[in-house]
Design a protein around this ligand. Structure first.
Ligand code: PLP
Length: 380
């Protein structure tokens, strides 16, 4: 595989710190490298490959769509896009949809919608947040390391402390266009929002008339053991972003809005050439059907609980957090643990030096979880 590493280095901008492995094939929860070695995938393309690698139904339906119609642009109507919006209405409870190609694009759209609809400018985001790398999404992303080199970004943006009602109250005022948050912070290391905190956001919204944006890019489509993380909290945001698992690895993103929000948006406010093209929508429709047929939301809840219990039994793991199959664990030297796991045929991710994150395909079973925890017990 060394030759591939050299060739990548010679031909790519070095934005990524990649693990030293070249993957050539995937099947279910397993990936195969260029030398035929097999790995259990507890990363799933960063919470994206919901139905597992190359699910036969996904492959068949995307192939069928590929033979029929790939792309027309949004100058015209296409049926998969309409069918997808109707299906999302059913599973998200949101009223109207816009489609794009990634999480960061979904956040860009959400921020533009908030400014257009409220006529106000300020965004309030939270410590630990991650919303993407394009200029708008980056502006509401917490880590200075990501933001600093690209300033000036969108302004005004204020960061309140995550899960602190007191801190939030200080940042909100009449000029607030939107509050944007992840109900379970993913990149920060899997930190769920408190119920009372979420309730307070809605109380403030009713007082100051801003929009609440839930960024469900990482938490959506069964990841947390419910269809969407918001379903744990029993609230409906004004705007919701989605991507990652939406196409089970096929690039597609989207924004869902309330009817009152949609009514204030008009032609020309926003657009995308590829967003919601027939191929991407076919992938998303197939993903949702598979999640329903194979009861993967329930599997996420059940196997996620098993994973958390097994991790808690490991003496070397200091804290286990999360919901469903979105699990974070505090360990020492997480980056080293990731490398050792890789050697032993297990893929895990470390978003921070003391945190392991597990976001496997939603089809994972308890035996596979036991394999992962056994590897961890050997390397930690
Ligand atoms: C909550 C959240 N929002 C937005 C994004 C950005 O998504 P993308 O990488 O598809 O642009 C991510 C990616 O990790 C995310 O976790």
């Amino acid at each position: 595989m060394n030759e591939w590493f050299e060739r990548e280095k010679a031909s790519h901008v070095q934005f990524y710190m990649r693990q030293p492995v070249v993957f050539v094939k995937g099947e279910g929860c397993w990936l195969y490298d260029a030398e035929g070695k097999k790995y259990l995938d507890m990363v799933a393309g960063i919470a994206a490959v919901a139905t597992g690698h190359c699910h036969p139904e996904l492959v068949a339906r995307v192939s069928e769509q590929m033979r029929k119609l790939v792309h027309t642009s949004n100058l015209y109507y296409t049926t998969p896009q309409i069918l997808l919006a109707e299906k999302l209405k059913e599973i998200t409870g949101m009223d109207k949809f816009f489609f794009c190609n990634s999480g960061t694009e979904a956040v860009e759209a959400a921020l533009k919608i908030a400014r257009k609809v409220t006529g106000k400018k300020k965004f309030v985001a939270f410590s630990g947040s991650f919303h993407g790398r394009t200029m708008g999404a980056l502006s509401v992303t917490w880590k200075e390391r990501f933001r600093k080199p690209f300033e000036p970004l969108i302004q005004p943006v204020e960061f309140a402390e995550y899960n602190s009602i007191e801190s939030l109250e200080k940042k909100i005022d009449e000029s607030t266009a939107a509050v944007i948050l992840e109900l379970v912070q993913g990149e920060a290391g899997v930190y769920p929002a408190d119920r009372e905190f979420v309730k307070e956001i809605f109380r403030l919204r009713d007082k100051y008339n801003f929009l609440v944006i839930f960024d469900e890019v990482q938490t959506g489509f069964g990841r947390t053991g419910k269809w969407f993380a918001k379903d744990h909290y029993g609230v409906k945001p004004d705007v919701m972003t989605m991507a990652k698992a939406m196409g089970s690895g096929f690039p597609i993103g989207g924004v869902g809005v309330r009817e009152e929000v949609a009514e204030k948006l008009e032609a020309g406010d926003h657009a995308s050439t590829f967003g919601g093209n027939p191929l991407a929508c076919a992938a998303s429709l197939a993903t949702i059907d598979i999640i329903e047929k194979e009861r993967l939301v329930e599997n996420s809840e059940k196997v996620g609980r098993h994973l958390r219990e097994m991790l808690e039994e490991l003496g070397s793991v200091e804290e286990v957090r999360g919901m469903g199959l979105m699990v974070g664990a505090r360990v020492e030297n997480a980056f080293k643990v990731v490398s050792k796991c890789l050697e032993k045929g297990l893929l895990v991710n470390a978003p921070a030096e003391n945190t392991l994150r597990f976001v496997p395909p939603l089809i994972i079973n308890e035996d596979e979880v036991d394999f992962a925890v056994n590897v961890l017990s050997l390397v930690i």
